[in-house]
Design a protein around this ligand. Structure first.
Ligand SMILES: [Fe+2]
Length: 437
């Protein structure tokens, strides 16, 4: 491992506000992008569900419309008529306050309604939202807040659509590509990892109202104590992960948490999700089909259990979410995100200049922190309180967004969360370590 540069002070100063277009324009652009992302797919592709966590594309197209219909149009648009009263059951995701629903593992059974009717549903909802703007209701107050939430929610589903398509195509014996692309040079190994030291101290974490959009689980802004630590200048790479595999990382129970080792044995894990052994080497399923993993690109599709075991193998650890945020708040919100079009984690685009790279984009970074409410957190009332708050148990926080996270959706304070076993998102890790005072 590399040397530890001079410690820098830590403080938080959020940057990277979303673009400043009007809400109406961003709504239209977001809805259009969702459709554009589905364009390479046929109706059969859009109906199937690979795994319990992943939903069919058609379901995403409908659910994101149901969200606007349920939480905005039925409340704020006079005389709004539901497109189809049966759709609430089909396309409610997990909102108990909004009624019964199709079980999540069985979303792939929704061969009806057909795609055309789902697309008509989208247009019906969009027409309703247009009327809301025309009437001047949508631009202010709670209606505007809920439309903003609907936009942010749809952006989350854009990322999920691509991750879910990858899960689906990885389960298809033809290993189809979501996007055709010519083979590219694999490039060499990554530069040796460098450590960047931070002094720690009492730092401001999270967001307050009035600082731009944030989800409720990022609030309220509060103090956290961080001890001196060092963090890696980049995420762990495919090349480094291959070393872990070849060193028997998946066969050594001393590296693993108990639940993680049980998952290794139960699931037969021997590499990240979507890696397929070919003799002595691996290929990895990507949105461009089966590819050799790029050695210098961040490893993706690893569970918290695997990230934790890898960190232990190196003698390091995962950063806490507060360490991560304190570091990221000092850096510009830029990176390999959806809008860049790579659709895969890539080697760092910039050379090392004393700052951590690839904090935003490429891969979500597992932290060692549980998804818990911040001090004085208040769960929002009603169904919206189900958005994040009811998942503050037994899940882990990931930070920074990934290669299929929309630009403008991510920020330093953003808290994603997953169960420790989950691997289908573009999730990797960055190492951290303690520094003695
Ligand atoms: Fe949703």
């Amino acid at each position: 491992m590399a040397t530890l540069p001079m410690a820098r002070p830590v403080f938080v100063s959020p940057r990277g506000e979303p673009p400043s277009e009007t809400l109406r324009a961003r709504l239209a652009a977001t809805r259009a992008l969702t459709l554009a992302l589905s364009a390479p797919l046929g109706a059969e592709d859009m109906a199937a569900q690979a795994i319990e966590e992943a939903s069919p594309t058609k379901w995403h197209l409908a659910h994101t419309s149901w969200f606007f219909e349920t939480f905005v149009l039925t409340r704020f648009l006079p005389f709004y008529e539901l497109f189809d009263s049966a759709f609430g059951y089909c396309f409610n995701s997990y909102y108990d306050c909004a009624g019964a629903r199709q079980p999540r593992p069985k979303r792939g059974l929704l061969s009806r309604p057909p795609l055309e009717r789902v697309l008509a549903y989208r247009r019906h909802v969009e027409a309703g939202l247009e009327r809301l703007f025309d009437q001047g209701v949508a631009a202010k107050g709670e209606a505007a807040s809920l439309i903003e939430l609907g936009v942010q929610h749809e952006q989350q589903h854009q990322e999920l659509m691509l991750a879910d398509i990858l899960a689906l195509f990885a389960a298809n014996p033809l290993r189809p590509a979501y996007r055709a692309a010519p083979p590219r040079s694999l490039g060499g190994a990554a530069e040796p990892l460098r450590w960047i030291g931070y002094a720690g101290g009492i730092v401001r974490i999270g967001r307050d109202l009035g600082e731009g959009f944030s989800f409720d689980n990022e609030t309220p802004r509060h103090d956290a104590l961080i001890h001196p630590f060092a963090i890696a200048d980049r995420p762990v790479t495919n090349g480094e992960w291959l070393e872990f595999v070849e060193d028997g990382g998946y066969r050594d129970p001393s590296l693993w948490l108990s639940d993680g080792w049980a998952a290794v044995e139960r699931e037969g894990w021997e590499a990240p999700a979507y890696w397929e052994r070919r003799g002595d080497a691996f290929l990895a399923m990507t949105l461009e089909g089966l590819r050799s993993p790029e050695p210098a690109a961040p490893v993706a599709h690893v569970s918290f259990y695997e990230a934790d075991a890898f960190a232990r193998w190196t003698g390091a650890r995962l950063p806490t979410e507060f360490e991560w945020e304190a570091v990221a708040a000092e850096e510009p919100v830029a990176g390999n995100l959806l809008d860049g079009g790579a659709l895969r984690p890539t080697p760092p685009a910039e050379s090392f200049e004393g700052h951590p790279r690839q904090l935003f984009g490429d891969v979500w970074e597992w932290t060692g922190s549980a998804h818990l409410p911040y001090p004085s957190y208040r769960r929002p009332a009603g169904a919206i309180g189900e958005y994040n708050a009811k998942f503050m148990c037994d899940q882990h926080v990931l930070r920074g967004g990934c290669c299929v996270t929309p630009q403008g959706h991510i920020r330093a304070s953003y808290r994603n969360f997953l169960y420790a076993r989950q691997r289908w998102l573009f999730a990797g890790l960055r190492l951290a370590r303690d520094v003695s005072r």
